[in-house]
Design a protein around this ligand. Sequence first.
Ligand code: AMP
Ligand code: MN
Ligand code: MN
Length: 333
Amino acid sequence: MDWAAAEALVRAVPPGGRVLLICHINPDGDALGSMLGFGLGLRQIGVREVQATFPGPPEVPEPFRGLPGLDLLVPADVADPAPDLVICFDAASQSRLGELAGRLSSAGAALVLDHHASNEGFGTVSLVDPGAAATSVVAEELLTRLGVVLDPAIAECLYVALTTDTGSFRFAATTPAVHELAARLLATGISPGDISRRVFDTRPFGAVRLFGEVLGRARLEPAAAGGRGFVWTFATLEDLARHDQRPYVLEALIDSVRCTAEADVSCVLKQTTPGEWAVSMRSKGAVDVSRVAVTLGGGGHRFAAGFTGRGTVEQVVESIRDQLDGALLGPGA
Ligand code: AMP
Ligand code: MN
Ligand code: MN
């Protein structure tokens, strides 16, 4: 982790220079929160020309529409084509940047902040800490080194990033340092109750009914993954249309599937176009799902990973099932 090099890249932005912040497609709480929090921090230290964007449709998922710093966002197609510095958040590979990947080379310099073990290693300087619970952990440390003082707006962004990626401090990556960071963020006066209700505990009634249907068709395969069990379900564009719901409501679905006691591995297939699926996988520890995801063209973390699946539901599920035995972790792994 070459903090000095990263700090130098930011400090090298000339007065009046332009910085473009980008994050991965279908941005989640960590991607948006660390990006916007960092953007607000840059503004605080006098960088005026800051834009933030993400690939794909310029639609912020409802749970994140209360985030501070949304005014930094611009649609990808009008984002600065050649900024002095581009900073990339929470993306393990250039492919996750979609149409924005070219900015890494058209910008004067590229700084990458991430926490995926599968990070491909790109950018002029990259700060990738696979031990960090969220990209926001890396972002906060760099902000502090740059002399930024946490204010409530920056803190709220980083708090959303931290709570979404740690499952509200439940996942294994929740170290003492994570709680210490949470304490620093809360000390700015932000309201964790309001933030959590907005981000985790609010969804349209149509989504409640949609979840009922999709969970009702879940399948359990107790013999899969060397007998550790595999549970999966899927949601189609038709399902979304029938309940008048936007695709992002499905991001919470994996949490209702992965609680299945009889399965180590859980999976949700979310149809994106006919014949194409955004696949989310989770493991409770017996299987390295990032290995499965990487084999199938995706990436992620050991116990939370994903990829783009092509074909029918059964074909995609079979491709996963076939990889599970080979991704079993031995004792002590
Ligand atoms: P998700 O299931 O979408 O919450 O993603 C879990 C993890 O897998 C995240 O760390 C993502 O970065 C990663 N991931 C999800 N989908 C993909 C994909 N298509 N390609 C690479 N990584 C992915
Ligand atoms: Mn992410
Ligand atoms: Mn993340």
